[in-house]
Design a protein around this ligand. Structure first.
Ligand SMILES: [Zn+2]
Length: 298
């Protein structure tokens, strides 16, 4: 195996799968997934009971538990009624996974950049409310950025696990978290956000690779998080053509969409450029950008 091949394999196991359509479509046992949004079982909880305190004490809407108390799964907002959709319903949530796997510290130390401050700057300049699904390991590597993102009202930070290991297998070659360690992995990420000084933390969790099964949903039920998937894959992981990523997003977005992208420069190098193309175009089409918490509020 050549050095480049080895590098590709290593990179692939670190990030691949977050945003791959197969993660949500085929590796997710449908039986374990609550009904799609819009159905009674996944409607937002009643206001009084819907507000769960985030670890930082803020309140964000969550979904009611799924069947048998399973962790609820949110994939997108209401469609708003198709053709006749009113402009106020044309909302879309851009989400960015800040990936860093627990064993990637040496690579960061040798200069690999798992952050993407240019992307965050673009989102601020364009005033795009966004949700960052951050791994705890990322927050530890970039505490000042985690604090800056987590104290800016434009953003909210959600949990993408501490180690970025898989909660169901197989999952694109990611190492697997044992069931006994799943809750601790989620708690450890929330703790890392607190230690970094992030305050805008919401009780949402994105499974690494989007891979989950009924056992994982059952195990995490005690953590009172809402699992957040997506309906639009940007394809930004390992992409080299920003136009292609932008086109894929623009082709996929419908009112209520939830888009998955990445905030990890080394493995998603054209995301900033793609976002700068997507945002004005979607606004021209009448869309308004919202955080996942607002999308979930409906
Ligand atoms: Zn990820």
């Amino acid at each position: 195996m050549t050095a480049m091949t080895v590098l590709g394999v290593v990179l692939g196991t670190g990030l691949f799968g977050c945003g791959n359509p197969r993660a949500a479509r085929t590796e997710t046992p449908r039986a374990a997934s609550p009904a799609p949004s819009g159905s009674p079982s996944s409607a937002p909880s009643a206001p009084a009971g819907a507000l769960a305190s985030s670890p930082a004490g803020r309140q964000a809407p969550t979904r009611a538990p799924g069947p048998a108390g399973l962790t609820p799964v949110f994939e997108r907002g209401p469609s708003g009624g198709g053709e006749g959709t009113r402009s106020r319903d044309k909302v879309v949530a851009l989400t960015f996974d800040a990936d860093m796997t627990a064993d990637q510290g040496p690579r960061a130390a040798s200069g690999e950049r798992f952050d993407n401050p240019e992307l965050i700057a673009s989102l601020r300049r364009l005033k795009v409310p966004s949700t960052i699904f951050m791994t705890g390991r990322w927050a530890q590597e970039y505490p000042s950025q985690a604090r800056s993102i987590g104290t800016d009202p434009l953003f909210e930070i959600a949990n993408h696990s501490y180690r970025h290991h898989a909660f169901a297998s197989p999952c694109y070659g990611l190492p697997v978290v044992g069931q006994a360690d799943m809750r601790d992995d989620v708690r450890r990420a929330f703790a890392a956000f607190r230690e970094a000084g992030a305050r805008n933390v919401v009780p949402y969790f994105r499974f690494p690779g989007g891979c989950y099964d009924e056992a994982a949903l059952r195990t995490l039920a005690s953590e009172k998080v809402t699992a957040v998937q997506w309906d639009v894959v940007s394809g930004d992981a390992f992409a080299t053509d920003a136009d292609a990523v932008a086109e894929q997003v623009l082709a996929g977005v419908t009112p209520g969409s939830l888009v998955v992208m990445h905030c990890t420069r080394s493995a998603a190098p054209v995301t900033d450029e793609a976002v700068r193309r997507v945002v004005p175009e979607l606004r021209a089409r009448g869309y308004r950008f919202v955080k996942v918490s607002e999308l979930m509020r409906g």
